[in-house]
Write a protein that binds this ligand. Structure first.
Ligand code: GLV
Length: 334
């Protein structure tokens, strides 16, 4: 049977070339545009593998249309866009691209920390609009970074890389999560309950995956625990924050500001967010460097090719699918 792969959008080299080397036929959406559920269903029908992106909603309807497909290789570390349980039920492997975007995302987190505290976008706007009145002792004052307290929520790889950079700023590092992080402990960090982190940090930076437990983790109550001088930074997933509650907190001065790279309903923003001057708003650029995106495309393609060969892909997020697949191969139906 011919091995057919669908790639849902243009991706950087060497992604497509690698896929072409392990498939008989490669179909690719050549528009930089997210496909609808109906379009995806039509494209994935008859495919042996699919290389998809975090903007593709891979739900049960899409997976049903992909009958016989072995793998959905997601070109992202986060995979909340894929209904993994539904994929497992249908015997489809799901993979992600961890590791290669850690440094780029940590760098962007720091761009937001420094940019929001030092009012970089407001300053740039002053210059471009000819409003700079000249140096003044009270003009565009911002928050301090060096020596302050950084609170990391979700102590995984990216949080660890953010903590490494915090050493250069002589910051105290706190973190909250489900289990201790020996890596962040080794960098001088200290695990605390989330409420304590919120109440004592000058910068609260989010690094959790999006799960039912972390959806709206930062809601009105959590925001009300933060210091009025503190900043919220989110380079993880938008729905971890209740964006309407954040707008209220920013408008009322409940917190000092927010640096965001992700939004609850991308590419839209909550009404009022863009009007808050105490925000630095980026369009989901965490992994957007040439080298990082190339590495993500390579890893997604490698995962896909390994699965097409019948082997276990290195970044399988639903290993439980393997027992299901071996049961089916042995003729056992559940
Ligand atoms: C980016 O947001 C990713 O999950 O890869």
């Amino acid at each position: 049977m011919s091995v057919r792969v669908f790639i849902t959008q243009p991706i950087p080299d060497p992604g497509r070339g690698l896929v072409a080397g392990c498939a008989d036929e490669v179909d690719q959406n050549l528009e930089d545009q997210v496909l609808s559920t109906d379009e995806l269903r039509a494209k994935v029908a008859g495919c042996t593998g699919v290389l998809c992106l975090l903007t593709d909603r891979i739900d049960a309807a899409v997976l049903d249309a992909a009958k016989g497909c072995r793998i959905f290789a997601n070109m992202a570390v986060g995979y909340n866009n894929v209904d993994v349980a539904a994929a497992t039920e249908r015997g489809i492997m799901v993979t992600n691209t961890p590791g290669v975007l850690t440094e780029a995302t940590a760098d962007l987190t720091w761009t937001l920390i420094l940019g929001i505290a030092r009012r970089v976008v407001e300053g740039d706007h002053e210059m471009r609009t000819g409003r700079f009145p000249g140096w003044g002792p009270l003009y565009l004052l911002g928050g301090d970074v060096t020596g302050r307290t950084l609170g990391l929520v979700g102590p995984g790889r990216i949080a660890t890389a953010v903590a490494e950079r915090a050493r250069g700023f002589r910051m105290a590092v706190l973190y909250a999560g489900r289990r201790p992080s020996p890596e962040i402990d080794a960098l001088g960090g200290r695990m605390v309950p989330l409420d304590e982190l919120l109440a004592t940090s000058d910068f609260v930076s989010l690094h959790t995956p999006l799960t039912p437990e972390t959806r709206h983790l930062i809601d009105a109550r959590a925001l009300s625990r933060m210091k009025p001088t503190a900043y919220l930074v989110n380079t993880a997933r938008g729905p971890v924050v209740d964006e309407a509650a954040l707008v209220d907190a920013l408008r009322s001065g409940r917190i000092a500001g927010a640096g965001l790279d992700v939004y609850e309903d991308e590419p839209k923003m909550a009404p009022g967010l863009a009007d808050c001057p105490n925000t630095l708003l980026l369009p989901h650029l965490g992994s957007a460097t040439f080298a990082t995106r190339a590495a993500m495309a390579r890893i997604a393609a490698e995962n896909l090719c390994v699965a097409l060969r019948g082997d276990r892909p290195p970044n399988l997020v639903n290993p439980e699918v393997l027992s299901r697949l071996s049961g089916e191969a042995a003729g056992i139906t559940s």
